[in-house]
Design a protein around this ligand. Structure first.
Ligand code: ADP
Length: 252
């Protein structure tokens, strides 16, 4: 079956800087939920941005990323944006309208749709993220966690097949985090989630890709990778508390 995401030998450098992605390859099957972990500067954000063509200036003749079999290129950008919903690490990068309603309606409006239909989608999307009654609020007057949920509502409003989330819990309090985990679990779409929150990874993602120095250094079952204390420490991470009793090679 065609994978939802296929990345083949992806290399990328910002301008003349050192290599940010150094031959990254992996594929994600439809419906999988995959975590992307690694230390600061590993290349996680850069990789995520390639998944929906946010770094278009480097499209070569042979695109390294394909979404449901379709190479990500200048020609397929609109289709890619539609299929891949991207949650930025910083909500302020994503919110630019005077009201929450307009921010959430922005995507569906780009893809067509009449006013009544859009109004229904906006209401439903806000309800999904627990922000009923927020439609008339000013995005920049909301708390960081609320802003992040408005961004997520805006993405859900476009009904993407793939969700790409960059540090989705960085601004959330524990209750909002539990809400997000429950919401993400209830969405049957393919997900790729970059996070330093390894407890979240344990709860949500059966598979983890560990990136360091722009390379995939491990790709496998979350329980096995994250329980490997030596591997975690070597790459600037920590074995999560919930896995303290587990030993990666059995015997625990
Ligand atoms: P991570 O998300 O894992 O922290 P990034 O993808 O942000 O890693 O960064 C990977 C590498 O690319 C780092 O060396 C970082 O300094 C560099 N980098 C990231 N964004 C930019 C940018 N806009 N311009 C130049 N270099 C960048």
């Amino acid at each position: 079956m065609t994978p939802a995401i296929e990345v083949r030998n992806l290399r990328f450098s910002y301008h003349d800087q050192k290599t940010a992605l150094d031959g990254v390859s992996f594929s994600v099957a439809e419906g999988e939920c995959v975590a992307l972990v690694g230390p600061n500067g590993a290349g996680k954000s850069t990789l995520l941005q390639h998944l929906n063509g946010l770094l278009p200036e480097k499209f070569g003749p042979d695109p390294a990323v394909a979404i449901f079999g379709r190479p990500v290129s200048v020609e397929s950008l609109e289709e890619t944006h539609r299929k891949v919903g991207f949650l930025f690490q910083d909500s302020d990068d994503q919110l630019f309208c005077p009201t929450v309603y307009e921010d959430v309606a922005f995507g569906p409006q780009q893809f067509g749709g009449d006013g009544r239909e859009i109004s229904r989608i906006v209401r439903e999307s806000l309800a999904k993220v627990g922000l009923e009654g927020f439609a008339d609020r000013i995005p920049h007057h909301l708390s960081a966690g609320e802003k992040q949920r408005v961004c997520l509502a805006g993405i859900l409003a476009c009904e993407p097949s793939i969700l790409v989330l960059d540090e989705p819990t960085s601004d959330l309090d524990p209750r909002s985090k539990r809400g997000l985990v429950a919401l993400l679990k209830s969405l049957p779409v393919t997900k790729v989630i970059a996070s330093h929150d390894l407890e979240l990874v344990v709860q949500l993602c059966p598979r983890t890709i560990l990136l360091d120095g722009g390379r995939v250094v491990a790709d496998g079952a979350t329980m096995r990778l994250l329980a490997d204390e030596e591997l975690m420490l070597r790459h600037g991470l920590e074995k999560p508390h919930s896995l303290q009793h587990l030993h990666p090679h059995g015997g625990g």
